[in-house]
Ligand binder design. Structure first.
Ligand code: J2J
Length: 562
């Protein structure tokens, strides 16, 4: 085996007993939970998707019925309980029916994103010995069926390729995977339900085993914290397999509340605003670059966005200035969400004071979430004094104790007493609110002087014409690293600042000179990861390419060397 190690690292019996006694873990599987919802909400709309033919709606009963049929169809293909199946679908109702079908069959979906390509899919299939890959024929101009075919051919464990839409030769039409519902053994709720992906912006995702018990707890509490009820409509603008739109409270939280989950085919303002108006959407959650794009587009839209009561922003740092801008432009409440596929999710709460909503990422879901803020890299994990910055360690009822088949990595990613090392640099205030100030690795070492990229980004974002900023390190013969700031400017600004003006602006804010970006580059928009977070890897790669070009090679960008 390429990546030895346990598939699942269970919680110690003492902790598991405690989580059960507290009512966090309720011993119910996803399949059983959906059946209970179908009995309660029957003909209410559960899922709305947009197909070329118009909206496709599924009621709670239809969703449950289809999940039963898909499960039976998967069994007939030979998919057994515990088998891994890579699931790569865009935001379509079939995502929900297939996900719940796999849950019912006891198979473990591996939640790939539509943006993943051959390298990622192959990594998932190889690492899990997946028996099947489920994908779509084509999406946003990419031939997913061909990519999945190559992966299936290269990974011996993969026996089936199931394709939504037009299956290529040798693949199965996903819609034909259905059989009359039959009773299948209900999976153990304490066991693994699916494999979520880690959300790094710098490397290949790791696989995260989540159980029915732990995930349903986080979903239930997320729905409660966001005050979701049957009259809500949650819009999934981000790719729905991602942890945020799936569970915070996301599509699963909407279903838990008897609400309607609306799946947007793409996250762009035009599409999202159209769906908000048509489906009377009340809540959606996006990454900061999208929130900024919505704020920009809201001023000019003719769409009625008045149903929207809450915009969640999370996945990456959103500065107070950006949060304020978004709230003002959209005229609804904003909630900051700090979460991770590994577990922990923090939310600002509806009754938080405005400064907490603007400037912090809120408090954890559970009273049993144990958070420690420790000196980064210190072996003894000494906690830093309250209010000071350190690395966040976390353990609790929905945070994993180990990655899937990754014994070696687990030895450093978790402390011996089971805390997950988030790699996030945070501060906690007296009320217990968490503010994320950076990533341990997102530090630039400029000739020994350490620069926290978020700090510099914050200074750039304080400029009224700067919509977004990302600072990355670039290799330098003399200093080891220098800093480069990418910015997106407000196209409507009366006098957009030039790169030298922006450097001066940062300097004039009274920061140490070594923190002033060595270089400022203006882009129309940032490259993004699969879920839409600004990709620091792509920005660094772009810089390397730029460096290799003639000075004119950077014609698309406006730049300044300091
Ligand atoms: C700063 N950094 C943040 C935030 C995540 C809800 C919301 C987001 C995710 C997610 C998620 C941040 N401010 N508000 O799973 O359920 C960075 C941190 C974190 C990493 C996790 C959810 N919100 N981050 O983004 O697994 O660095 O999950 O450790 O993709 O994103 O990424 P991911």
């Amino acid at each position: 085996m390429r990546h030895p190690g346990p598939e699942h690292t269970p919680w110690p019996a003492e902790a598991a007993d405690r989580y059960r006694a507290a009512g966090h873990w309720r011993g119910r599987s996803f399949g059983a939970a959906l059946s209970a919802l179908a009995a309660e909400h029957r003909d209410r709309t559960a899922v709305v998707g947009a197909s070329a033919a118009g909206p496709a709606r599924l009621t709670y009963r239809e969703l449950d019925d289809r999940a039963h049929r898909v499960a039976a169809g998967l069994r007939d293909l030979g998919v057994r309980a515990g088998d891994r199946v890579v699931l790569q679908l865009p935001n379509v109702p079939e995502f929900a029916t297939t996900l719940f079908g796999l849950f019912r069959a006891g198979a473990w979906p591996v939640l790939a994103l539509p943006a993943h390509r051959e390298a990622e899919l192959r990594h998932f299939a190889e690492q899990t010995d997946a028996v099947a890959i489920v994908t779509v024929d084509a999406h946003e101009g990419h031939d997913h069926a061909a990519t999945a075919r190559r992966v299936a051919d290269a990974v011996p464990a993969v026996r089936h390729l199931l394709v939504l839409g037009d299956p290529p030769p040798g693949a199965v039409d996903l819609s034909s995977v259905a059989a009359p519902p039959r009773d299948l053994p209900d999976p153990d709720a304490g066991g693994v339900a699916f494999l979520q992906l880690s959300g790094g912006t710098t490397g290949l995702p790791k696989l995260i085993p989540r159980t029915h018990d732990d995930y349903l707890y986080s979903v239930r509490e997320s729905a409660r914290i966001c005050l979701l009820g049957p009259d809500d409509a949650y819009l999934a603008a981000l790719p729905v397999a991602h942890n945020f739109p799936l569970s915070s409270p996301g599509v699963l939280g909407a279903l838990h509340a008897g609400a309607c989950a609306v799946l947007a085919p793409d996250p762009f303002p035009e599409t999202v605003f159209r769906l908000v108006e048509r489906e009377r959407v009340t809540i959606t959650g996006v990454v900061p670059p999208l929130a900024v794009a919505y704020a920009r587009a809201a001023a000019a839209t003719a769409r009625d966005l008045s149903s929207l009561r809450l915009l969640q922003v999370g996945g990456a740092r959103c500065s107070p200035a950006q949060v304020a801008r978004v709230a003002a432009a959209l005229g609804c409440a904003v909630q900051q969400v700090y979460g991770m596929g590994e577990g922990l999710v923090c939310y600002t709460r509806p009754d938080d004071p405005p400064e907490a909503v603007l400037g912090t990422q809120g408090t954890p879901i559970s009273p049993d979430d144990e958070l420690r803020v420790v000196e980064p890299g210190a072996p003894a994990h000494a906690e830093v004094p309250p209010g000071e910055v350190g690395e966040l360690l976390v353990r609790g009822p929905y945070t994993i104790r180990g990655y899937y088949r990754a014994a070696e990595h687990n030895a450093t990613a978790f402390t011996p007493d089971g805390f997950y090392r988030t790699g996030d640099l945070v501060r906690r205030d007296a009320a217990g609110r968490v503010t994320v100030v950076g990533r341990i690795k997102d530090q630039i070492n400029r000739g020994g002087e350490k620069i926290a990229v978020e700090e510099v980004e914050g200074h750039l974002l304080a400029h009224p014409a700067v919509l977004d900023a990302a600072v990355v390190g670039v290799a330098d013969d003399y200093l080891g690293q220098r800093s480069c700031a990418y910015v997106v400017l407000d196209g409507d600004a009366a006098e957009p600042p030039t790169p030298p003006q922006l450097r001066r602006f940062v300097r004039d804010r009274g920061v140490a000179p070594f923190k002033v970006p060595d270089r400022v580059l203006v882009l129309d928009r940032f490259p993004v990861t699969g879920v839409g977070k600004t990709s620091r890897r792509a920005l660094r790669a772009a810089l390397a390419t730029l460096a290799a070009l003639t000075p004119d090679g950077g014609a698309r960008v406006e730049e300044d060397r300091g």
